[in-house]
Design a protein around this ligand. Structure first.
Ligand SMILES: [Zn+2]
Length: 273
């Protein structure tokens, strides 16, 4: 069994991820279940410029698109709404949609780069409090910018010990060492494998504990075959997760990484009954 806890749908800027492609990719690469976020709630481009109005959708619109998709593929797709922390914040409408769709909503996705906001800030804290209220984990993009640095996530994890925080990418564009150090230190901090070299993943499993790291990929960010080839035509690093990694860790550690931890953290058992 494989659960991919970090996937996307939607079309925005250079992202073009039709929802049906995610299902096709899951069929092709034997992924049993995906947790997805709709990227159309992006607020700022890659250079921190606000997206033009005509390119923006509201956080509720984006959430509803993901809901429609998840309802179509019962027991294969769950959602983490991608939220507009900077320009919208929590509204009663958003909370209502959340409450009405808790059966398929398993977390909240925050992207400090595309929301151009530091994870350690009041506006993000509002969402953390909401996550705490509904007992939902938070997946946040981590990388080497100020906004998305691992330290900011760590600070929030210390402040909100009842909320589980997943550092997506374990610091994208870094050697992952800081993320690994912090995940090891803080009980409610986790990491995912999206664009993480298997060397770092093996190290993280050994140092932080096999229960702290989850398989996630950003599928289908590089298209239908994100899990087999990268845009330059080379073998995708995810092929190493499906093959080589099995001989580098125990079979129990492998199963924890590939599905058991996600099952636990996101409370997914209900989708498999
Ligand atoms: Zn992502």
């Amino acid at each position: 069994m494989i659960i991919d806890m970090h996937t996307h749908i939607g079309k925005c800027m250079n992202f073009n991820m039709p929802s049906e492609n995610l299902i096709k990719s899951m069929d092709k690469y034997n992924i049993d279940f995906s947790i997805c976020s709709d990227c159309e709630a992006t607020e700022f481009d890659h250079n921190a410029n606000p997206l033009p109005k005509e390119m923006q959708k509201s956080q509720v619109q984006s959430y509803k698109q993901a809901i429609t998709f998840a309802r179509k593929y019962t027991n294969r797709i769950a959602i983490m709404p991608w939220v507009k922390v900077h320009t919208e914040g929590i509204t009663s409408e958003f909370v209502k949609v959340l409450e009405d769709n808790l059966d398929i909503t398993v977390g909240i996705k925050i992207h400090p780069v595309h929301s151009y906001i530091n994870f350690n800030s009041q506006k993000v804290e509002d969402y953390i409090k909401l996550a705490e209220k509904f007992d939902l984990p938070i997946l946040t993009h981590t990388g080497n910018s100020n906004e998305s640095c691992c330290q900011s996530v760590y600070k929030m994890a210390v402040k909100y010990p009842n909320v589980k925080f997943i550092m997506g990418h374990m610091g994208l564009g870094t050697d992952n060492q800081e993320a690994i150090k912090l995940i090891k230190k803080q009980k409610n901090l986790y990491g995912d494998t999206a664009w993480v070299q298997i060397k770092s993943t093996v190290q993280a499993i050994k140092e932080c504990g096999a229960d702290k790291i989850m398989f996630g990929t950003d599928n289908t960010i590089d298209g239908l075959d994100t899990l087999s080839v990268n845009p330059s035509g080379e073998r995708s690093l995810y092929q190493q997760y499906f093959n080589e990694l099995k001989s580098l860790i125990s079979s129990e550690e492998y199963q924890m990484l590939m599905y058991k931890n996600s099952m636990e953290v996101f409370k997914l058992k209900r989708f498999f009954e």
